[in-house]
Design a protein around this ligand. Structure first.
Ligand code: CMX
Length: 470
């Protein structure tokens, strides 16, 4: 249906562009439904990838990937390779690659709303799921499919309404996502009985519906807290990013572009970060995508992870409150030391894997240079780039003194009128549904097992090390 609807609307728009009827019909004939349908594309791809994994296991199953040290066990598994995550890969120096493509490459090759514009998040979703760069027609078909899945049952809003309006936006958002679970296709199919080889199909249904519905739930939370509960309906003429901006109450062209960029770059960051790993872990117990994603959101809400999205703007505003906008370098240094000496981290700097400036920071900086170079908070962010890293390096323990994605996002949103910092992590959460939802489909398609690493006690480690030494 979605294919037919989008083909008819494209045919209409081509006719409107004065192409002849014969040309338009010929064009329509070249678009087969399976070309434009993401589900059909996956159905073709999955057997190949299942074979690939089987071969990898059979031929190389015993190859060692590195040594596990006591430090790694105690140190949050840092540097330990232990997860299969197909949709993206993080290089400590280069940053993230989505199915092999860096952020600048994605900006070049993924379809945009207008030539030269920011990538459409639906295009990234297609890329993450299939490993292939989609055409504009494929992205439009997916946009239309997501809109058709965006209907959210009323009890979801009622579940959110049961919370005090002052509850943190992430608490309200995760509650809404939990309530969406009632309609899980995977859970229904599993209860009825479904062969393992078919798990991916209801997971696909749930993940796509989840991705389609989270902007509606997230914007409900925003409008409930900050706009007297005045809700805005989905606009059937808009793509995913622009619709999300619209649902929040922003129809400005630049804000639409910002939301497309924001959702794209926050979608996925390989599998080991707290939110992605949590989603994958919970789903390994065959919890459905809604349950798994709600769990992921609770990890994202921590200040060392996604909450840094809010913490950065609050911190920057506290700098301005104390020192004014024309802050000197010396004042800024003093403020950073004051933050550190109070036992807090400098939000937006450092990373568990990255060892250079996060390319997600760089592309947001480029957006700011293009659209808001004179914004005083943007200028402060630029100044922080010079002042923070030497101080963190001076601490002697920080492995990466450079800014991460969160160091920049807040001032962009603030510039275009989304000023409520406590809400920012919800935007991050909406974006993450695309990465986590995509990987969950592949988890089930590849038949990945229950995740269950071995843990140890200090006593067992001590005795193991004593034996190893003798
Ligand atoms: N400010 C102050 N201290 C910092 C720091 C920062 N920005 N970054 C790291 N450190 C400290 C750590 O707290 C740690 O101190 P202790 O040994 O006393 O506990 C020490 O430096 C070593 O940490 P690390 O190995 O360099 O970094 P981790 O992998 O342990 O932590 C991260 C990574 C992101 C949690 C950390 O850099 C941090 O707290 N940054 C600020 C919060 C932030 O921006 N988080 C968002 C990250 C991106 C995301 O997930 O969204």
């Amino acid at each position: 249906m979605a294919f037919l609807r989008s083909s008819v609307s494209k045919l209409r728009s081509r006719l409107g562009q004065q192409s002849s009827l014969r040309d338009s019909v010929r064009w329509l004939q070249t678009q087969t439904s399976s070309d434009l349908d993401l589900h059909s594309q996956l159905k073709e791809l999955i057997p190949e990838q299942q074979e690939r994994l089987k071969k990898l296991k059979a031929e190389h199953g015993k190859v060692q990937l590195g040594n596990i040290t006591v430090d790694m066990v105690i140190g949050g598994m840092r540097g330990m390779t232990g997860l299969l995550w197909e949709t993206s890969l993080l290089d400590p120096d280069e940053g993230i690659r989505f199915r092999g493509l860096s952020i600048p490459e994605c900006q070049k090759v993924l379809p945009a709303a207008k030539p030269g514009g920011e990538p459409l998040p639906e295009g990234l979703l297609w890329l993450l799921l299939t490993g292939k760069v989609p055409s504009k027609e494929q992205v439009d078909a997916l946009s239309s499919e997501l809109r058709s899945r965006a209907k959210v049952p009323d009890y979801v809003f009622k579940a959110i309404d049961a919370l005090p309006v002052g509850a943190h936006p992430m608490t309200q958002f995760a509650t809404g996502v939990m309530a969406l679970q009632v309609k899980s296709e995977f859970s229904k199919a599993y209860d009825k009985g479904i062969p393992k080889s078919k798990y991916w199909e209801p997971t696909y249904e749930d993940s796509l519906s989840l991705i389609a519905q989270v902007p509606v739930v997230a914007s409900y939370v925003y409008r409930r807290i900050y706009k007297d509960g005045k809700i805005i309906p989905v606009d059937d003429s808009l793509d995913y990013g622009a619709n999300f901006a619209h649902l929040l109450g922003f129809d400005d062209h630049k804000m639409q572009e910002l939301m497309r960029l924001y959702v794209t770059i926050h979608s996925d960051h390989e599998g080991g970060n707290v939110s992605a790993h949590t989603g994958h872990l919970v789903a390994s117990a065959l919890s459905d995508p809604y349950l798994s994603f709600a769990a992921a959101l609770n990890g994202l809400a921590g200040p060392l992870h996604g909450l840094a999205n809010q913490e950065v703007l609050l911190w920057i505003k506290s700098v301005v409150d104390e020192c004014g906008e024309n802050i000197t370098t010396e004042q800024l240094k003093d403020y950073i030391w004051k933050t550190l000496n109070s036992g807090k981290v400098v939000p937006g700097f450092g990373h568990g894997v990255l060892r250079k400036t996060d390319p997600r920071y760089t592309c947001q900086r480029e957006f700011a240079l293009k659209h808001m170079p004179d914004d005083p908070l943007f200028q402060l962010v630029s100044k922080l780039y010079d002042v923070v890293p030497p101080i963190l390096t001076e601490l002697g323990k920080v492995k990466n003194p450079w800014p991460n994605v969160d160091a920049h996002s807040g001032v962009l949103l603030n510039h275009f009128g989304l000023t409520e910092a406590r809400y920012f992590t919800v935007l991050f959460g909406v974006s993450r549904s695309i990465g986590i939802g995509s990987q969950l489909i592949w988890d089930r398609a590849l038949g990945l097992p229950l995740e269950r690493p071995k843990s140890v006690t200090m006593e067992s480690l001590e005795s193991y090390c004593k034996k190893a030494a003798s």
